[in-house]
Design a protein around this ligand. Structure first.
Ligand code: KE4
Length: 441
């Protein structure tokens, strides 16, 4: 397969190597978010100049097929014109006011019309997924008067202290700090259990009876690679939360509007008490949201005693991008085609790996997928950590050499967009077959 053709419209400028050197002089690790450093795949970081549809154009003038998709938001493909136009129009009217706007009300109405958890409920707009989950757990604690938050080992919900908890020594034990700078006290009420394990969830409730405020879960795990819930798992969590008087909180920052217009709640038919949204909801602009049961949300200031605020919450430009994105998804739901495209990729990579004699398990849910280098299913974080991440790194490099950019970590999900047409899928599968033969050689 020929190397990626240079983009004919590329404008000469500093290349990724020059930019990486400059970035290292002013940014910690040379990046504004760790995964962009490409350290998990031992490659120099890429810098993007612009993007359109399924492609990124790098600072080196290469045009690559993109499966990072901005870590989820780019479900329509990059630079979708309806969203670009909406952002332009909104920007003409001003960037931020600190006073409410009609647009943020219309956007909230659209969210409440689309996500099952928001039906008849309330939603609060914030600026990131981190802010959404951080606020949702404070609200859960304030609304229930309880302190324990149960989260999954390997679940990532942004970088709020209480959620940077690693698994403790035993099942259902209290979390230990998952990062320097997180004091033990910040995670003393965070209980970490394995994903896809209802017995562990029940044990957590029994061990901390009456003090579990909420269970926070990515309904489809996307931050330990793509790990779908096993049949009955989400309904089981729903039953346990109801039985023990805790709130079920779906972190749908990644799965919201990705799996279906109603996210995982619609896809799996389980209604959480609260839902956290981001990524696609902002159409690539800084926006998050959390919401759900009216009786819980009414505990939020200024209606209630739980405080949360934000200068740019409901920002008119971010709301314009989010609303235009949701309108495009509602006008022409891409989900059947996205599912078929992802199925084609998964089957093609599986066949190519088998032909090359390389153990690969491709796990997917709708248009999220991950190629794990292993010969067995990946059910939870321990399974994911046991996969061959060095082989993934070699695969990542071999794919990039052939013009296909996968997320630079074995513990991330790839995303297919509505702009990934058959030719792009063909090129991806051709590159994968060659890359897997490289690995086997
Ligand atoms: P942000 O604060 O990054 O907007 O959202 C945090 C977050 C919350 N919940 C889930 C399920 C998430 O996946 C995320 C963020 N995801 C990562 C990648 N998987 C963002 C990429 C990055 O950190 O640079």
């Amino acid at each position: 397969m020929a190397a990626t053709p240079p983009d004919p419209d590329a404008t000469p400028g500093p290349n990724s190597r020059d930019l990486a050197a400059r970035a290292a002089a002013v940014l910690p690790g040379g990046v504004n978010s760790p995964v962009r450093a490409f350290r998990a795949v031992d490659e120099p970081p890429l810098f993007v100049e612009r993007a359109a549809g399924p492609h990124l154009v790098t600072a080196d003038g290469a045009r690559v097929i993109d499966y990072i998709g901005s870590w989820g938001p780019a479900i329509l493909g990059h630079a979708p014109q309806p969203v670009i136009h909406a952002v332009r129009r909104a920007a003409e009217g001003g960037l931020s006011f600190g006073v409410s706007t009609a647009a943020e009300v219309a956007f909230a109405e659209r969210l409440c019309a689309l996500h099952p958890a928001l039906e008849g409920g309330l939603v609060r707009l914030v600026n990131s997924g981190t802010e959404a989950t951080m606020s949702a757990i404070r609200l859960a604690r304030g609304a229930t008067g309880r302190t324990k938050i149960v989260k999954m080992d390997g679940g990532y919900h942004g970088h709020a202290d209480a959620l940077l908890a690693a698994a403790g020594s035993g099942a259902a034990t209290l979390g230990i700090p998952g990062s320097a700078g997180v004091p033990p006290g910040a995670v003393a009420d965070t209980v970490v259990i394995p994903y896809n394990d209802l017995d562990a969830a029940r044990a957590a409730f029994e061990r901390h009876a009456g003090d579990v405020a909420a269970v926070l879960v990515e309904p489809v795990a996307g931050n330990m690679g793509c790990i779908p819930p096993e049949p009955g798992y989400l309904p089981g969590l729903r039953e346990l939360c109801t039985q023990f008087g805790a709130l079920l909180v779906f972190d749908e920052v990644m799965t919201g509007f990705r799996l279906a217009l109603g996210g995982a709640a619609e896809r799996f038919g389980v209604r959480p008490d609260l839902v956290c949204l981001g990524k696609i909801a902002g159409g690539g602009m800084p926006l998050g949201a959390y919401g759900g049961r009216r009786d819980v949300m009414e505990r939020l200031a200024p209606a209630g005693p739980v405080y949360q605020a934000g200068t740019l919450s409901g920002n008119p430009i971010a709301v314009a991008a989010g609303l235009a994105t949701l309108e495009a998804l509602c006008d022409a739901p891409p989900y059947d085609r996205l599912r078929a495209a992802t199925e084609r990729l998964a089957d093609g990579i599986t066949q190519a790996a088998r032909a090359a004699g390389v153990p690969v398990v491709v796990q997917r849910c709708e248009s999220m997928w991950t190629a794990f280098f292993t010969d067995r299913p990946v059910r939870n974080y321990d399974d994911a950590k046991a996969t061959d991440t060095r082989a993934f790194a070699r695969f990542h490099a071999a794919m990039l050499r052939r013009g296909v950019l996968l997320p630079p970590s074995a513990f991330e999900a790839c995303f297919v967009s509505a702009a990934h047409d058959d030719d792009v899928l063909d090129r991806t599968l051709e590159a994968a077959a060659e890359a897997l033969r490289d690995l086997a050689a």
